[in-house]
Design a protein around this ligand. Structure first.
Ligand code: PEP
Ligand code: MG
Length: 321
C-alpha cells in the first residue's frame, strides 16, 4: 500500500470524477520542509510561526524572521505558503513574556489577542512577512479571530506596514490575507467574515474543543471531543458555503483535514484545501481517488442530519470503506 502511495507523489490531488483540491502540509519549523517536498505536497497550508518565538530567549528580530520566512517561500516556488501569525498563549509560553496567571488560558490572553495588544511585536512580524512575500507565494492568516473588529484592526495594521514598505521602495509581493476559524462565534458569522478576507482556514483542533466545551487532554471529558459530531459538521459546512458564496478559498488545517473518516464528508462539502502533517498526504491523495464527489455530497448531507458522532462514523464506513 505504501508503495502504491509513493507513486502518487507527483500526481494531482483529484477525486475519482476528476475534481481537484489542494493537499498541503502543516509545518512547525523550516526543518520540516524536507518531508513536505518528499511527500509531494501542493504547498504549505499552515506554517506555525511560534518556533521563532519559542526557540529564542528574546523577541526574534525582523531580519531573523524575514530570513526564516523567505527560505521557506523560496523553496516552494509558485506553491502557496500560508503563514499564521504568532499563536502564543494557551499552552505555549515564552520565557521573556510574562503572561498573566489565568484560570482558563485557552480562553484567555493568546494569539491575535496578544498581537493586537502588543502591536510592536505584531508589526515586526508583519514587516518580516511582507518582505519575504517578494520571494514566493506567501499568504498570511490570523489565529483565534472571534469578532469583526479584531479582524479589521489586524488588517489595518497590516495595510499600514505594507504602505510603509512600499513608500521605502522595499519590494513586497501579492499577499492573500485570511483568518483561522477556531472560535465558534466566527464560524457562525462566517458569511460576514467571508466578505473581508481572501480565504479562511478552519482550525478544527481548537474549534472542536470550544464547540463541545471539552478539553481533549482531560481524560474525563475526552469522550466529548467529537470531530464528527453533526454540530461540528454544520459549523464547517457553514464556513465552506460562506466562502464559496463570496468566491473565497475554504481551507482546513486542523487534524480533521487528514482524518480518513472526515475527508469523504469534506470532499462532499466542497472544501478547497486540506492541510495536514506531511506523513498523511499520500494516503489522503490515494483516498481522494476512490471518492466520487457527487456521491460525497449526498454523504455530507446525510452526515449533517445525523444525530451523533458514532452515527456519522457508521455512515462513512458503510458508504466508503
Ligand atoms: C487548530 O486549532 O486546529 C490549529 C491548526 O491550530 P493549533 O493546532 O496550532 O492550535
Ligand atoms: Mg489552534
Amino acid at each position: 500500500q505504501r508503495i502504491e502511495w509513493r507513486r502518487l507523489k507527483f500526481a494531482p490531488s483529484l477525486t475519482k470524477d476528476g475534481v481537484s483540491h489542494l493537499i498541503t502540509a502543516n509545518i512547525g519549523t523550516p526543518a520540516d520542509l524536507q518531508a513536505v517536498l518528499d511527500n509531494g505536497a501542493d504547498g504549505i497550508g499552515l506554517f506555525r510561526s511560534e518556533f521563532l518565538y519559542m526557540d529564542a530567549d528574546n523577541w526574534p528580530t525582523e531580519d531573523q524572521q524575514f530570513s526564516a520566512y523567505r527560505d521557506v517561500v523560496a523553496k516552494l516556488g509558485d506553491q502557496p505558503v500560508v503563514v499564521r501569525t504568532m499563536d502564543i498563549g494557551g499552552d505555549k509560553g515564552l520565557s521573556y513574556l510574562q503572561l498573566p496567571d489565568e484560570m482558563n488560558p485557552f480562553m484567555g490572553y493568546r494569539a491575535i489577542r496578544i498581537s493586537l495588544n502588543r502591536t510592536d511585536i505584531f508589526r515586526t512580524q508583519l514587516r518580516a512577512l511582507l518582505r519575504a512575500s517578494a520571494y514566493g507565494n506567501l499568504w498570511i492568516m490570523f489565529p483565534m479571530i472571534a469578532t469583526l473588529p479584531e479582524l479589521r484592526q489586524a488588517k489595518q495594521i497590516y495595510r499600514e506596514e505594507r504602505q510603509k514598505l512600499i513608500a521605502a521602495s522595499i519590494p513586497v509581493g501579492e499577499v492573500r490575507l485570511g483568518m483561522m476559524i477556531e472560535v465558534p462565534a466566527a464560524a457562525v458569522l462566517a458569511d460576514q467574515f467571508a466578505k473581508e478576507v481572501d480565504f479562511m482556514s478552519i482550525g478544527t483542533n481548537d474549534l472542536i474543543g470550544y464547540t463541545m466545551a471539552a478539553d481533549r487532554t482531560n481524560e474525563r471529558v475526552s469522550y466529548l471531543y467529537q470531530p464528527y459530531n453533526p454540530s461540528i459538521l454544520r459549523l464547517i459546512k457553514n464556513v465552506i458555503d460562506a466562502c464559496h458564496r463570496e468566491g473565497k478559498v475554504a481551507a482546513m488545517c486542523g487534524e480533521m483535514a487528514g482524518d480518513q473518516i472526515a475527508v469523504p464528508i469534506l470532499i462532499g462539502m466542497g472544501l478547497d484545501e486540506f492541510s495536514m502533517s506531511a506523513s498523511s498526504i499520500l494516503k489522503t491523495r490515494a483516498l481522494f481517488r476512490r471518492l466520487d464527489s457527487t456521491q460525497m455530497v449526498d454523504l455530507a448531507n446525510r452526515a449533517i442530519n445525523a444525530e451523533t458522532n458514532e452515527a456519522v462514523i457508521r455512515l462513512v464506513d458503510e458508504t466508503v470503506f
